[in-house]
Ligand binder design. Structure first.
Ligand SMILES: Cc1ncc(C[n+]2csc(CCO)c2C)c(N)n1
Length: 232
């Protein structure tokens, strides 16, 4: 897979630092064997469908975590963006999963009936707890690897010299301009939220390490989610 030496940072200096601090865990997430299988089409369809069914449940709980970001917002800009992501997830984004699963003969009603795998449970409940027990920064740091990681993965897969058509619909979703716009909006939100709470030199704040650790923990949970997908 082709990876640019400079992966996109979506205009966010905070994301760029979190990613650097997540180090090898970030690479394990964005260059996972599951991702390579999506890019070259070698991922078996059964594994992809299993991942998508789990991901449908994941998105439902992820929307609940973003709703907690609305609850913890300190101003209208934070509330608006978080609310628009909740709306996007429950009213639009889950339709990619419904559409692809439907073509494979899996009905929407069957999706939410599926039993949650432990990696799925661990990740979604981690982000929900970040929203329940923490403040806006805690929940946004836990939600950020999902947003930016898929943007980075989508861009890398779409940039491959000879992209395979098998998982094109999935790749196009996360490589598309619309999705990357959203990443830049979240990037601006994260930078503004960190500056508003931790000041212009956030890394000198004792809270910095805590929120960076949240980002890294969620990154590791993304790795676990791909591992689950490969296991099938
Ligand atoms: C395991 C897993 N991680 C990330 C995403 C991508 N994603 C999930 S919610 C959302 C919108 C904003 O948070 C995006 C881009 C996924 N589908 N599944």
């Amino acid at each position: 897979m082709t990876f640019h030496t400079t992966a996109p940072d979506f205009g966010s200096t905070v994301f760029a630092r979190w990613r650097a601090e997540a180090g090898e865990d970030w690479h394990a997430y964005t260059r996972h064997a599951f991702v390579r299988g999506l890019g070259d089409g070698s991922l078996p369809q059964a594994n992809f469908l299993h991942y998508l069914v789990q991901d449908y449940i994941f998105l439902f709980h992820f929307a609940r975590a973003w709703a907690l970001a609305v609850v913890k917002a300190d101003n209208i800009a934070e509330a608006r963006l978080a609310a628009s992501i909740v709306d996007g997830l429950v009213n639009h984004e889950m339709s990619l999963h419904v559409d692809i699963c439907g073509k494979a003969g899996i009905a929407e009603e069957a999706l939410l009936q599926a039993e949650e795998e432990r990696e799925n449970l661990a990740y979604t409940r981690y982000v929900i707890d970040a929203g329940l027990s923490g403040d806006f920064l805690d929940v946004v740091a836990a939600l950020a690897p999902c947003v930016f990681g898929y943007g980075e993965i989508g861009a890398a897969l779409a940039a491959e010299a000879a992209p395979d058509a098998t998982y094109r619909q999935w790749i196009d979703t996360y490589a598309g301009e619309e999705y990357h716009d959203m990443c830049r909006q979240v990037g601006a939100l994260v930078d503004a939220a960190v500056e508003a709470r931790l000041g212009p030199d956030p890394q000198s704040s004792p809270r910095w390490a805590m929120i960076s650790r949240r980002f890294q923990a969620a990154t590791r949970l993304e790795v676990g989610f791909w591992d689950m997908g490969l296991r099938g």
